[in-house]
Design a protein around this ligand. Structure first.
Ligand code: CU
Length: 328
């Protein structure tokens, strides 16, 4: 389960533990009392003159147990409140805007749009694919190292909407493609085998770039970085984020990570959701608020990728979503 390290999952397990413990003791005690005081047993009433339903026997009682009846549940309830409040603090503290990776999410009827307020350069794990792509922004070229993957034969390079294919230099295992790559274009380099199967993908998302699930795009987020989503609901007519074209209520839901946040029309600052994903991979996006006829089609995917802007650091593969939260 990918969300196993989030505060929600930890909280769920703690509540489950205390719930089972208290339930087991209560039911055991109940069964014991049912058998011990069953109808066929004639009670010894010689010392019990003042039995009143709902109160402890006056003549034969145990003060210690009676006090414990109140003290133990009070401690458990206070403990659960402390647990819940502590996790609230972890969830509601939104990471700093300057350091986090910021994306605006706009929910429309019936698709999701993602606007990048930070740029992202990323690639698949070279340790897995045996292929490494390096972008030399000064010399205006890309170098593809593919010696470790003999299946790699072709590469498709896309700048904006223009794609071109090249054959790889299989003899040397290293191919340099001279290409004017601009930081403000969306770029992709896809290495393929001779049958056209994708072996390795490198990509660059420029500042202010928009992706949309209506066009089949995935939301792409870096691993090991705090990602802050600012969520808004607009109609399809919106031109800028402070327009008055409010849409309807949606809810952006990442079911595998156990997090969701409402998109509230009329809320000028929008709502906020954040997470720090660790596993690379593709995960589901759903709308969790009925928003009209095609609500069920308001689906998409989020890809967690390794950002290469900060050096060749790759995502860990086993620690799940570390943290997550939000605010409305
Ligand atoms: Cu919706």
């Amino acid at each position: 389960m990918v969300a196993e390290d989030t505060v929600f999952s930890v909280l769920y397990e703690k509540f489950l533990f205390w719930g089972i413990l208290v339930g087991a003791i209560t039911i055991a005690w109940l069964l014991y009392a049912m058998i011990r005081y069953r109808a066929s047993i004639v009670p010894d009433t010689t010392e019990l003159d003042h039995i009143v339903v709902g109160s402890f026997p006056v003549d034969r009682h145990n003060t210690k147990i009676e006090v414990l009846f109140y003290v133990v549940p009070t401690i458990i309830v206070v403990w659960l409140v402390v647990l819940a409040l502590a996790s609230n603090t972890a969830v509601w503290v939104i990471p700093d805007d300057e350091e986090a990776f910021d994306i605006e999410v706009v929910g429309q009827q019936w698709f999701w749009e993602f606007k990048y307020n930070d740029e992202l350069t990323w690639q698949d794990d070279a340790r897995v694919s045996g292929i490494d792509v390096a972008w030399d922004i000064v010399d205006d070229n890309i170098t593809i190292q593919h010696l470790s993957n003999p299946d790699a034969t072709n590469v498709t390079v896309t700048v904006g909407t223009d794609s071109e294919s090249h054959a790889l230099d299989v003899a040397t295992g290293s191919t340099i493609i001279e290409k004017t790559f601009r930081k403000f274009s969306s770029l992709s380099v896809v290495v393929e085998d001779s049958a056209g199967n994708e072996l390795h993908r490198w990509g660059h998302i420029p500042l202010n770039h928009k992706l949309s699930t209506a066009a089949g795009d995935h939301l792409i987020v870096p691993c090991d970085d705090e990602v802050v989503l600012n969520l808004f609901s607009y109609t399809s007519d919106y031109s800028e984020l402070n327009s008055t074209y409010w849409g309807v209520q949606h809810s952006f839901w990442l079911p595998e990570w156990g997090i969701k946040e409402d998109l509230v029309p009329g809320l000028e600052g929008g709502t906020v959701m954040w997470f720090m994903a660790d596993d690379p991979g593709t995960f589901n996006i759903r709308c969790a608020e009925y928003c009209g006829l095609d609500h069920s089609k308001m689906v998409g995917y989020v890809d967690v990728v390794s950002p290469v802007s900060y050096g060749a650091e790759y995502c860990d593969v086993d620690t799940g979503v570390k943290k997550a939260g939000g605010s409305s």
